[in-house]
Design a protein around this ligand. Structure first.
Ligand SMILES: [Zn+2]
Ligand SMILES: [Zn+2]
Length: 301
């Protein structure tokens, strides 16, 4: 089975610290590598994480504040250097096209990789290519800032004992899955008689926003929610003013959206110990973890 995990390559907010790099998050999922908001130094963080950059297949940029995008250019150049043969899909808010272009061509290099740009103009379904369903929503951050929801397709799970009892095996199983029914020994077997549908898992990425209805819709029922918590709740007024969230607000979102796991990130440099923020969130949403540079979180089925 392919690797399924979330690697934190950095988890600071605007200002990195001695302990936290600028944000960047790699989700390895169904043979792809989804990289979110590569900030400065992301390329080097891959080395520390012992992950080869060519695993990246898609890059998502929430918005064009520096802490969320300054690593885009160097990552593209690195993938170019590594001569990746697969296309690199880049998703970003369309209003920031000029920033994307500058990042992509910020210095001299001969571009040999295939970069497929997906500038997102409106909220809703961005793409459903059979591997992932990608949805976007605009958040409340004062600039065009996108939250993402990625969902894998539903899977058919067969009941092996039922298949065996009916004498269905090998290519017939695939035929049944494809056609929805199968004729066996004079009987018609419907797919749902011998299988169930396992809904695809969803991952939600919400950073740099005040709490807002769009964030709730993106997060609803997600298996994993990676959410900003720039401040502790005692700084709620400041968080509102700077258009961010507190740990407690992230937990409220996770609870209301009924997610399975909440991971907090995008910590203000004022906090030395992100556990402090996680502890605050746990008072409302117990299954909360604090991001930490180079830490991996499983994203098991
Ligand atoms: Zn930020
Ligand atoms: Zn921002």
């Amino acid at each position: 089975m392919s690797v399924r995990d979330l690697t934190i390559l950095g988890c600071s907010s605007q200002q990195p610290t001695r302990f936290r790099n600028h944000g960047a998050y790699l989700l390895r999922w169904n043979d792809e590598g989804l990289l979110f908001d590569p900030g400065e130094g992301t390329q080097r963080q891959f080395i520390f994480a012992e992950i080869a950059p060519p695993v990246v297949t898609r890059i998502f940029i929430s918005h064009f504040h520096g802490d969320h995008c300054l690593g885009v250019g160097s990552m593209l150049m690195r993938l170019n250097l590594d001569k990746v043969s697969h296309p690199i899909h880049c998703y970003y808010p369309a209003a920031g096209k000029k920033y994307f272009d500058r990042l992509r061509y910020s210095c001299m290099y001969k571009e040999n990789i295939k970069v497929v740009e997906h500038p997102v103009k409106s909220a809703g379904l961005v793409e459903d290519d059979g591997k992932f369903r990608i949805e976007a929503a605009f958040l409340d951050h004062g600039v065009e800032n996108i939250g993402w929801r990625i969902t894998e397709p539903d899977a058919i799970k067969f009941n092996k004992a039922d298949l065996k009892a009916l004498g269905i095996d090998g290519p017939s199983v695939r035929m049944l899955e494809k056609e929805g029914k199968l004729h066996v020994n004079g009987r018609t077997i419907q797919l749902d008689q011998v299988s169930r549908t396992r809904p695809g898992d969803a991952f939600a990425y919400i950073v740099d926003t005040r709490p807002c209805p769009a964030a709730l819709e993106l997060a609803r029922g997600a298996k994993l929610l990676l959410c900003e918590s720039t401040y502790l709740d005692k700084e709620r007024v400041l968080a509102h003013e700077y258009m961010h969230m507190t740990a407690l607000q992230a937990a409220e979102l996770a609870k209301e959206a009924n997610v399975e796991t909440l991971i907090l990130t995008h910590f203000s440099a004022r906090y030395r110990e992100p556990e402090e923020l996680a502890n605050e969130a746990r008072t409302i949403f117990p299954n909360t973890f604090a991001a930490e540079d180079l830490k991996r979180f499983p994203f098991a089925r």
